[in-house]
Design a protein around this ligand. Structure first.
Ligand code: SF4
Ligand code: SF4
Length: 360
């Protein structure tokens, strides 16, 4: 455990060591070693090293860690834990706070694509814009406080895809001329959470609806806005950004979705991306195959070796598909029933079944 006198010891790291750039691994291992020595505060001049200040895996990890970082690479604060406070001076590239698990992460200027992607807890504050797919797959585990994702300006397209929980607050500051502060094709597959926005939006997926704020929403925004603006050092904007007549929120329209009952194939082809995900490159019919497949779509095919078999019938009795048949002392599996699960190979005491990999 760290000594008491070391509690707030500051560690400064320059990722350029005698004209040699530290690798990401070197930098992360240096940080972990310092944490084990009781350091809790870090100032890191990075050179694009990734995963800085993400989940810290050391046996002596302190609960509260503070990072001030310049010039980080991707995934700054990825999977970062409760008690971690991260401030990026300037901008950061993609994946800021990916799967944030409780940290407070501030980027003073812009963040790249997929900021707050998969975030499950904590708060992410962005003092500029964020790129495409930001906020996608945000979620809320009811055992923890829901994640919050605050952005001063706007997001790129495809933001908040498959969002399942938490709150996103897009302030639309200096975005008055944009058609949409959420880019295009936002909220596809959104099933939970709330997106508060100020300014225009267009091109939203049909599974969501825009509604007016209620009193609780306004209270939430009023309180949260103070903290947000303090973190990005723009407290001067408080009164401008709390005129709630300029705000609305987006929530999933689950009833409408239920009524629609479209197939997954239709969803993939028509709702998510018209023409399919790679429709501009290859023809994509959007067909979705179930995980368990028979015949030529199996990943593995069982082969039986009669020389090894002792005719115990264990395979026959354990095949979940009843695909194994017996003719006299000969065993075989029927291609149109077998799903390649390998149970026959696992139960056979003589290894008489082997699984042959299929290249699809
Ligand atoms: S691979 Fe699975 S499904 Fe196929 S024959 Fe063996 S046990 Fe049955
Ligand atoms: S489990 Fe193995 S030894 Fe037993 S019948 Fe099946 S293939 Fe033969």
């Amino acid at each position: 455990m760290p000594a008491k006198g070391d509690m707030m010891k500051l560690c400064k790291i320059k990722a350029l060591n005698k004209n040699e750039r530290m690798s990401t691994q070197e930098l992360l291992q240096t940080i972990y070693a310092k944490i084990d020595k009781g350091y809790t505060d870090f100032e890191i001049e990075a050179l694009g090293q990734h995963d800085i200040a993400g989940a810290v895996f050391t046996k002596n990890q302190k609960k509260n860690l503070n990072f001030k970082i310049t010039n980080p690479g991707q995934r700054v604060g990825a999977m970062a834990l409760d008690g971690t406070n991260i401030v990026v001076e300037g901008s950061a590239p993609a994946d800021v706070g990916w799967l944030n698990s409780g940290a407070t992460i501030t980027v003073k200027k812009d963040a790249g694509d997929t900021a707050s992607h998969c975030a499950a807890g904590g708060k992410i504050y962005i003092g500029g814009r964020v790129g495409t797919r930001s906020g996608a797959l945000m979620k809320h585990d009811p055992k923890f406080e829901p994640p919050e994702f605050w952005v001063l300006k706007n997001t790129g397209s495809f933001s908040f895809e498959f969002m399942g929980g938490g709150s996103a607050i897009i302030c639309g500051y200096e975005c008055e001329n944009l058609n949409s502060v959420l880019g295009n094709r936002s909220c596809v597959g959104m099933v939970g959470g709330t997106i508060y926005f100020r300014g225009n939006v267009s091109g939203l997926a049909s599974c969501v609806e825009i509604v007016k704020l209620n009193k609780k929403d306004m209270e939430f925004l009023k309180e949260g806005m103070k903290d947000f603006l303090k973190h990005i050092e723009r407290e001067d904007l408080y009164s401008k950004l709390t005129k709630f007549s300029q705000w609305k929120k987006i929530v999933p329209n689950t009833n409408k979705e239920k009524d629609k009952k479209i197939s997954l194939q239709e969803f993939v082809q028509k709702e998510w991306f018209k023409g399919g995900l790679f429709g501009d490159l290859v023809e994509d019919d959007g067909e979705v195959y179930s995980l368990a497949q028979c015949n030529e779509r199996r990943l593995r095919i069982p082969k039986w070796d009669k020389k090894l078999c002792i005719n115990c019938s264990l395979c026959l009795n354990n095949c979940p598909q009843k695909a194994i048949k017996k003719e006299g002392k000969k065993y075989y599996s029927e291609d149109n029933l077998c799903i390649g699960c390998s149970i026959c190979a696992a139960v056979c005491p003589k290894k008489a079944w082997s699984m042959e990999n299929q290249i699809l």
